[in-house]
Design a protein around this ligand. Structure first.
Ligand SMILES: Cc1ncc(C[n+]2csc(CCOP(=O)(O)OP(=O)(O)O)c2C)c(N)n1
Ligand SMILES: [Mg+2]
Length: 313
């Protein structure tokens, strides 16, 4: 018996170790892809690059709890999530950077780069079984444009839960048990559609989790000029609810704190999937090691201290 227990413990430990190593590997490869992407643009091989360095770890934590049938409605920083969900390969990532019409699986080179999508229909035009897929609705270049769509997708799940007979109409929903994972940058939370969406989600109580990747900048504009109290979770505090209340379930977590991120994403996804209460995860201390995009140099507007801090992780 003692031996069996020991063996089980060893197995559990090794699968845990494997998981942590796999996560580290995804973060590492994703960071290298970001560094190479900037070089590819600045050496003239691609036109423009906007990449996800600094946002790796929270996306890896999120991916662990993203189930088939769930949706992402997000923005251009989410390459690590795409890698972790097996929805992008490195080849696909560079194909979209080069706007390669034959090999970019997201838009065939038609969208701005780092705009992700999964197909909704097959080549013959038939619906794909969304309830069995990890779904990404096509990114939109206007910042915060992903918000209203996230709300619509989450509202659909609410309807499917309220009307079980709807599930028989196709492979779109597992009785409303899916979640919409919405991602947005700190500066884009200043936009009207962000606030309208949060209010409507709280009133309607829909299964939407908004992750704010807070790197403290919107291009060159620091958060001091952009967000009330320099904190979107503080600014939203009137929306906050505890687990049994109304409103939005809100949690704050640091972008480099891997164990807490894993715990928070597990807790919040379980809660939202069960209750359909919307949630906001304010991910703070996100870095931006190469600045906003290949069209700028953050050395021109960030302090030496911030540059030193942001370059570490
Ligand atoms: C409606 C709209 N206004 C302005 C822009 C230009 N723009 C692109 S990204 C960006 C800053 C976004 O900052 P944030 O939301 O913090 O995301 P981050 O890039 O820092 O992750 C701006 C202003 C845009 N794409 N859409
Ligand atoms: Mg930002």
């Amino acid at each position: 018996m003692e031996e069996l227990v020991q063996e089980e413990r060893t197995q559990r430990a090794s699968s845990f170790e494997e998981e942590v190593l796999r996560d580290y590997w995804i973060a590492l490869v994703s960071r290298e892809a970001s560094l190479l992407a900037r070089k590819e643009v600045l050496t003239g091989k691609a036109k423009f690059g906007i990449v996800g360095d600094g946002k790796e770890v929270p996306q890896i934590a999120l991916a662990k709890f993203f189930r088939p049938g769930d949706w992402r409605s997000g923005y251009y920083r989410d390459q690590t999530l795409m890698f972790a969900l097996d929805l992008s390969t490195i080849e696909a990532y560079f194909a979209q950077l080069y706007a390669d019409p034959d090999n970019d699986p997201f838009s065939g080179g038609r969208q701005m780069n780092s705009h992700y999508a999964t197909p909704l229909i097959d080549r013959e035009g038939n619906w794909l079984p969304h309830q069995d897929m990890r779904n990404v609705s096509a990114d939109i270049s206007s910042t915060a444009g992903q918000m209203a769509r996230a709300l619509g997708l989450a509202l659909a799940s609410k309807k499917y839960r309220e009307h079980p007979e709807l599930s028989a109409t196709g492979s779109f929903s597992d009785n409303g048990n899916e979640i919409v994972f919405c991602t947005i940058g700190d500066a884009s939370t200043s936009e009207g559609v962000f606030w309208e969406t949060m209010n409507a989600a709280a009133v309607q109580q829909v299964p939407m989790i908004v992750s704010v990747w807070d790197d403290g900048y919107g291009i060159s504009v620091p958060i001091d000029y952009q967000t009330t109290k320099k904190s979107i979770s503080k600014a939203l505090s009137g929306f906050h609810s505890d687990i049994i209340g109304e409103g939005i379930y809100m949690v704050t977590v640091k972008a480099w704190d891997y164990p807490t991120l894993c715990k928070v994403y597990q807790e919040v996804t379980d809660h939202v999937r069960t209750t359909h209460q919307p949630a906001l995860i304010h991910v703070k201390e996100v870095t931006q090691p190469q600045g906003h995009s290949t069209s700028g140099s953050h050395e021109r507007y960030k302090s030496k201290e911030r540059l030193a801090w942001g370059g570490r992780i």
